[in-house]
Design a protein around this ligand. Structure first.
Ligand code: GLN
Length: 475
């Protein structure tokens, strides 16, 4: 409509800005709002349209950017005190690509500190609340991104996913979230958590938006040494293929105990739909997935302990003086990092220390290889694998903060995907007690097209049109 000039970019901007003014106090989706720059971007898009120029595919579309992505001249906190006043001197590649496409960035979205968490309660800037139920978490770590889209405070959002941080919040907020194949989207300017697992991806209301946003951010970047040198596929063209004749596997290891009855029911209903649409569905086994969570909680903290060594008060962010350099380091890190980040640094440092390296890190890497092998074997037979995205719908604020293991289990179904480097999407597939439930669809390396096709078929068949309601949520 913007491109056809049925509505102006400025009108769209104002509508979303008004919504932010109405609900942001309750939801806390954003750490930093950039409404002035957004208004300017919207005006620029309108001017270009009026002049008959192409303003870009994303022109005038209000976007929320997770605060883990560097934005030139706009502070980038990663949800941490240690970066509270950090202002990057460059844009992440995904951000510069979207700027070129004419986007209107409304602000930097709230998140768990350094993307460590599943509830956005580990943010130094206060928790984000779930727009469907303000007493519940939006998921995490990209909880601000998901809540912003679900509450109408943005049309699209970018998140990052190391173990589930795009898919789980998308699932908790009734949205579509995609974790691309490792290397499809540039990590340049994405503040590193666990570099071998991190990927940037879209959080949107529907599959079509997901395909559009993915197309804008995917593609080779010489500034990221792990970026794949491949031509991205035509994601939009993939949507209408249907699932007839497809083989769909359901890994037994991901549908064990711990699923709530509503999650099980919504998943089973989705499987029936796939069958009605002409796909073959069967249970299968990927035996090493049982060890994925354990391996992840060695590998991810190990990488994090190394990546976070740079926050020492010398170059970036917070600095607390001490009588000598070591004391300055210690005081800076003690004050700047929150409890979960410290826990991860300690776990990772321990797992990498002399004498324990082979017993922990080495073993975890072997398990990772076995998981890669399990997926490779499964994808010889199946086009996609499906599972719930998370074993439960959104949980209550405060429910898991004292119990890290319970929090970690929220990602038990999503973590294997990151270890294997494959793509996966979360799709809304029903409600349990008025809260959204997500279905995870996993695919072969670089087969985002297949995921979008299956997701689109499910979207059409289910017709998920539910929205948060006023009172319990923000209507
Ligand atoms: N919840 C997982 C963790 O805390 C995954 C987070 C993520 O994907 N960034 O590590």
């Amino acid at each position: 409509m913007i491109r056809r000039r049925e509505v102006s970019a400025l009108e769209v901007f104002r509508a979303v800005r008004d919504r932010i003014e109405e609900v942001e106090r309750k939801v806390n989706s954003y750490i930093t709002l950039t409404l002035e720059a957004a208004e300017e971007a919207a005006r620029a898009a309108d001017d270009r349209l009026a002049a008959g120029e192409d303003p870009g595919v994303a022109a005038g579309i209000p976007l929320a950017v997770k605060d883990v992505l560097c934005t030139k001249g706009i502070r980038t906190t990663c949800g941490s005190r240690i970066l509270e006043n950090y202002v990057p001197v460059y844009d992440a590649t995904v951000v510069s690509r979207l700027k070129r496409a004419g986007m209107t960035m409304m602000g930097k979205a709230n998140m768990d500190e350094f993307a460590m968490g599943s509830s956005t309660e580990n943010s130094a800037f206060g928790p984000t609340r779930n727009p469907w139920d303000l007493g519940r978490v939006p998921g995490g770590s990209s909880g601000g991104s998901a809540a912003a889209v679900a509450a109408g405070e943005a049309i699209w959002a970018l998140g990052s996913d190391t173990g589930g941080s795009i898919r789980q919040p998308a699932s908790f907020c009734g949205l579509v979230g995609l974790k691309p194949t490792y290397g499809l989207v540039s990590r340049y300017g994405l503040v590193a958590f666990a570099s071998s697992l991190d990927q940037v991806g879209p959080i949107t209301r529907n599959v079509r938006d997901c395909a559009l946003l993915l197309a804008l951010i995917a593609g080779h970047d010489p500034r990221d040494s792990t970026s794949l040198n491949v031509e991205p596929s035509d994601y939009l063209a993939a949507l209408d293929g249907g699932v007839r004749g497809m083989r769909i596997g359901v890994p037994r290891e991901l549908v064990q105990e711990g699923l709530t009855p509503g999650v099980r029911k919504a998943m089973e209903r989705s499987l029936e739909i796939f069958q009605e649409l002409g796909a073959e569905v069967e249970e299968t086994t990927l035996p090493h997935l049982d060890y994925a969570l354990s391996a992840y909680y060695i590998i991810a903290p190990a990488e994090a302990s190394s990546n976070l060594a740079r926050y020492d008060g010398v170059r970036y962010g917070l600095r607390v003086e001490g009588k000598d350099m070591l004391e300055m380091y210690g005081k800076t890190r003690a004050k700047g990092f929150g409890a979960e980040v410290k826990r991860r640094i300690m776990l990772g440092t321990y797992a990498l220390s002399a004498g324990y390296y082979e017993a922990y890190y080495g073993q975890a890497q072997k398990i990772r290889t076995l998981i890669v092998e399990d997926f490779r074997r499964a994808f010889q037979r199946y086009d996609v694998l499906v599972s719930p995205t998370s074993p439960t719908p959104a949980f209550a604020l405060g429910e898991k903060v004292e119990d890290p293991l319970a929090m970690y289990l929220s990602d038990v179904c999503t973590i294997p995907v990151n270890l294997a480097g494959i793509p996966a999407i979360s799709m809304p597939c029903g409600l349990e007690d008025g809260l959204p439930v997500g279905l995870q669809i996993m695919g072969r390396v670089l087969e985002e097209t297949t995921l979008l096709r299956v997701a689109s078929a499910l979207e059409v068949a289910i017709g998920f049109r539910e929205r948060p309601k006023a009172g319990r949520g923000v209507g």
